[in-house]
Design a protein around this ligand. Structure first.
Ligand code: NAD
Ligand code: UDP
Length: 321
């Protein structure tokens, strides 16, 4: 198949491109390099079935493809809040452009949605039939509401135009090729621990997240794309839930360091808890994550150790919101 991966030069996208090439497909990686890096896919450029296109999904594009993975969108709060209007455009106009393309060439399309559609959830763990608790006017709204309108567009193009759609609600994912400057908690803690700096815990650190290693996530995305007739959203994430303080301990354990924890203000609208109910993914896709946090952190620390050697920590710490 010929497969388009938008946002393919980003963290998850680069792993997905690699996997799809490994399975023998032709891959077109489309990216505007806002948060992605050529370096993430550099080693793929010599492969004859790989093509890298610099393009912004906010503008229409004409391509002939069989499948589209729409990952284009900054994922970390620091990046998506940098230019919130652009984040909304990427999620709304970008989604319309990709759905228009899917409709024209009859391609199947998978949207990288997010657990953020549940907002600060009142239902725990989160099942796909929970409609969420999202602030429509807060600083996370450009992303949360952007991803919600993208899901609406997916469902309406499916119902109205019979586009073959898949919606993956991705929970916190980590692994090699995360950007050390994107301000997400796993990358921040690792670069801080490696640099001998205090780990910046926002709020009390009692808020929870569930962390999925990128290889598990990519497996789930590919299974969902290739399963027949699943148009409703499917959660993809690791159900093992940790408080942020526990994560700090885990990271220090893997790095083999002991630092102080530096408490910083909790960002506005920061969800208090997050854990996926993955019953639907288990039943429909036979998918369940296999890589425990400690093992995934080891691989991620190895990657960051190579990058931050000799440099001071590049962690993007949020002073206040
Ligand atoms: P990332 O920032 O590393 O990758 C996003 C990629 O999209 C980057 O390469 C960026 O340059 C590109 N991009 C952004 N705006 C674009 C535009 N207008 N046109 C073309 N390309 C554009 O983030 P990631 O963690 O790899 O996330 C990939 C996708 O998965 C995103 O859609 C994100 O919302 C979703 N997601 C990620 C997580 C996670 O924990 N990593 C969780 C939930 C959902
Ligand atoms: N966080 C933290 N220290 C950091 C970065 C993040 O304590 O240096 C917290 C953040 O407040 C949130 C959790 O870790 O509660 C996950 O944050 P991240 O930005 O990785 O993802 P998201 O909030 O989108 O789940």
């Amino acid at each position: 198949m010929r497969i388009l991966v938008t946002g393919g030069a980003g963290f998850i996208g680069s792993h997905l491109c690699e996997r799809l090439l490994g399975e023998g497909h032709e891959v077109i990686c489309l990216d505007n390099f806002f948060t992605g890096r050529r370096e993430n896919v550099l080693y793929l450029l010599e492969k004859p079935r790989f093509e890298l296109v610099r393009h912004d999904v906010v503008e229409p594009v004409l391509l002939e493809v069989d499948q589209i993975y729409n990952l284009a969108c900054p994922a970390s709060p620091v990046h998506y809040q940098y230019n919130p209007v652009k984040t909304v455009k990427t999620n709304a106009l970008g989604m319309i452009n990709m759905l228009g393309l899917a409709k024209r060439v009859r391609a199947r399309i998978l949207q990288a949605s997010t657990s953020e559609v549940y907002g600060d959830p009142h239902v725990h763990p989160q099942r796909e039939d929970y409609w969420g608790n999202v602030n429509p006017v807060g600083i996370r709204s450009c992303y949360d509401e952007g991803k919600r309108i993208a899901e609406t567009l997916m469902m309406d193009y499916h119902r109205q135009n019979n586009v073959d759609t898949r919606i993956a609600r991705i929970f916190n994912t980590y692994g090699p090729r995360m950007s050390e400057q994107d301000g997400r908690v796993v990358s921040n803690f690792i670069v801080q621990a490696l640099g001998g700096e205090g780990l910046t815990v926002y709020g009390t650190g009692e808020q929870t997240r569930s962390f999925c290693y990128v290889d598990d996530l990519v497996e789930g995305l590919i299974r969902l794309m290739n399963a027949e007739g699943i148009h409703d959203p499917v959660n993809l994430g690791n159900p093992s839930e940790f408080t942020i303080r526990e994560l700090a301990e885990e990271v220090m354990g893997v790095v083999g360091s002991k630092q102080d924890v530096k408490f910083c203000p909790l960002p506005q609208d920061d969800p208090r808890q997050r854990q996926p109910d993955i019953t639907r993914a288990k039943e429909l896709l036979g998918w369940t994550p296999t890589i425990p946090l400690r093992e995934g952190l080891k691989k991620t620390v190895e990657y960051f150790a190579g990058r931050v050697k000799g440099k001071s920590s590049g962690a993007a710490v949020r002073e206040n919101d």
